[in-house]
Design a protein around this ligand. Structure first.
Ligand code: HEM
Length: 340
């Protein structure tokens, strides 16, 4: 059957259009080799210099990158400020404890001075997070570049798509699957909690009035999946306000004793039921995930490093914008052309 000429023409245009997107629509190593040579070294040097002095920056950047990639892909939408017409991701409750925005701005300013309007905020963040983890002795991974920055940032989307610390294993794996990440990515990426801190408000429900706890156990209303002695320590010391109440702003090390060191401490604590979040404890509720944890915990750090690095490389490509999509923001907190 003969195909009418307008249909053939239409199809040809669609094919051409998608080829055009494909030709430019890829991340690749050394994307800035011609347009901004040395940018990756510039980011790396700055990060190493500062993380050497303030190692807590590493956790801040790693979490920032993760939260960026989970909403609208790794497009730096998490860095945008709210505007008169729209409340941004940044102002969503799960993001109120994010840190490191100023740091990314400083790196971006340096990069803009060298190559104005060339390097995206999304790439700056992906590179800085990678270099910061390596700078505290953690693994490194390949970060192909060429991400473009988004122009939309929505508080509601952050609420819907950032995993909640109260989520079950099934809820977490379902959410990760929507980002193209598998069960093992969840297991290894959760290992990021080997560094950094959490506010008591992020896990308070495990300590006070946990649903279903306390039946027949007197006043103990803590989450039974949390080690009892550790729960007492959190309640009586770490999260205790000076007046004896509960201090929601108090912070606790995610991996007590080595929260500045990227190591297997998280998985060792997890086995002892001493991780802070229900979402951490959830990993032990699935036999395969539990077996994965067991498989690394006694081994050298390098095995975990490789697994973590592979999952980070995947995370860093989630729903990226490339080619002609989005823009290269001049300032990470505002879209180009904004009045503020
Ligand atoms: C699996 C689901 C996850 C949940 C529910 C979750 C939740 C949380 C929460 C509630 C905190 C504490 C925030 C605070 O109170 O200040 C936190 C901290 C942190 N998370 Fe996650 N997280 C998850 C996965 C990840 C992943 C995949 C990464 C990175 C690859 C990551 C990196 C971090 C880091 C580095 C910190 C410490 C931040 C700091 O020191 O400021 N998390 N996470």
């Amino acid at each position: 059957m003969a195909v009418p000429a307008p249909v053939v023409l239409g199809l040809a245009m669609v094919v051409l259009a998608s080829c055009a997107t494909g030709a430019h629509g890829q991340l690749r190593m050394g994307f800035y080799d011609q347009s901004c040579p040395g940018v990756e070294r510039m980011v790396g040097d700055f990060v190493r210099q500062h993380v050497g002095r303030v190692p807590t920056v590493a956790a801040a950047l790693l979490r920032l990158h993760f939260h960026d990639c989970f909403v609208r892909g790794c497009d730096a939408s998490v860095l945008l400020n709210s505007t008169a017409g729209s409340v941004a991701e940044k102002d969503a409750p799960p993001n109120l404890t994010l840190r490191g925005f100023d740091f990314v701005d400083r790196v971006k300013t340096l990069v803009e001075e060298a190559c104005p309007g060339v390097v995206s905020c999304a790439d700056v963040l992906a590179l800085a997070a990678r270099d910061a983890v390596a700078a505290i002795g953690g693994p490194s991974w390949r970060v192909p570049t060429g991400r473009r920055d988004g122009t939309v940032s929505s508080m509601q989307e952050a609420l819907d798509e950032i995993p909640k610390p109260t989520m079950s294993f099934k809820q977490l794996t379902d959410l990760f699957a929507t980002k193209g990440l598998g069960v093992r990515d969840l297991v290894w990426l959760s290992g990021a909690h080997t560094i950094g801190i959490a506010h008591c408000s992020s896990f308070a429900d495990r300590l006070y009035g946990f649903p279903g706890a306390g039946a027949g156990a007197g006043n103990d209303t803590t989450d039974p999946s949390l080690d009892a002695a550790y729960a007492v320590n959190l309640r009586r010391r770490k999260c205790r306000a000076p007046n004896g109440g509960y201090a929601e702003d108090a912070v606790v090390e995610m991996d007590p004793g080595s929260h500045l060191t990227f190591d297997l401490g998280y998985y060792r604590a997890l086995r002892k039921h001493r991780c802070l979040l229900q979402s951490d404890a959830a990993l032990l509720t699935d036999p395969a995930a539990r077996a994965d944890v067991e498989s690394v915990v006694g081994g050298p750090d390098e095995v975990f490093f490789q697994l973590f690095a592979r999952s980070m490389a995947t995370l860093a490509t989630v729903q990226v914008k490339t080619g002609a999509e989005g823009e290269i923001r001049r300032k990470c907190a505002v879209v180009n052309g904004a009045s503020n």
